[in-house]
Design a protein around this ligand. Sequence first.
Ligand code: AQP
Length: 337
Amino acid sequence: MEESAAKKKLFSAVQPSGSVTIGNYIGAIRNFAKLQDEYECIYAVADLHAITVRQEAAQLRRNTLELMALFIACGINPEKCVLFVQSHVPAHCELTWVLNTIAYPGELSRMTQFKDKSAKHAENVNMGLMDYPVLMASDILLYQAALVPVGADQKQHLELTRDLAIRFNNRYGATFTVPDGYIPKDSGARVMSLADPSKKMSKSDENPNGFVTMSDDKDTVIRKFKRAVTDSDSVIRYAPEEKPGVSNLLTIYHAFTGKSIAEAEKEFEGKGYGDFKLAVGEAVADALAPIQAERAKLLADKAYLNGIMQRGAESAARMARRTLSKVYRKVGFYSGE
Ligand code: AQP
């Protein structure tokens, strides 16, 4: 793929740490395709990040392939974008080592995700979990990305990426582009769990009723929405503080139908929660069906997906090497020249 000089670069990644949820889709993936004409886009399956929490090896491999297929099924064009698997490009780990030397344990241990995941996986609080944001900074900075489309939960990590870029640039001279986040402005930036609307929807939630995955069939989707936690009131109104469950369902309905929240409130005026939940479930299942069909078609052609990953890794490695060489030079690594 030709690199365009005019277009700004954009990077984002998703972990193959489970079945991708509609939260990952609404907060991040659906924006990936939208941005591919305007930016030079680089998208990764973040398997190095995924192992910060224990994964079953065969499942991780399967999730990686499925996520690559999902990216394409969601409209990402591999002819326009660089699509690759993070572990196929060693520069991510190499830059992480260098950035580790300017990152402080204090700032890493303060990250909300580290605290949450340490509490959730108390038996496996490992260095990788703490270093996760430095690896994420390396992912972004290697490609000199100007923009990073992510959900609101990644805002703190993005801020740290910016801090590390600025810190490095100040110490060693201009090296990295300082990136900006592209976080959905509406409530789609943080889709909440269907089982507990005070918690964000997560693919690794131990309660499968909390999330809807991009591969759930229609019956499962509808069953999960029917069970969604709401409130004892019966008014369908958007009020995240007062009515987090109903508001979350309205957000999801808006994301999958394109109808505004006000239109949705009007549509369900005077209707009961049962009808409302069924309508949301149907809208989601109908929107997922063509994506699932396309994904299945792609998964039947593993050679095609392997080819995309290989080409993607080659392009990514080329770009990453350019930045890494610059970093190595700046910090004083001897190269024989
Ligand atoms: N609930 C959410 N609402 C909106 N956006 C979300 N994202 C994640 N959850 C929501 C966004 O999805 C992208 C990919 O996320 P990730 O796989 O890199 O890691 P994550 O943020 O930790 O997502 P999960 O689903 O919660 O994974 P696990 O359970 O493995 O930790 C990111 O842009 C994220 O903001």
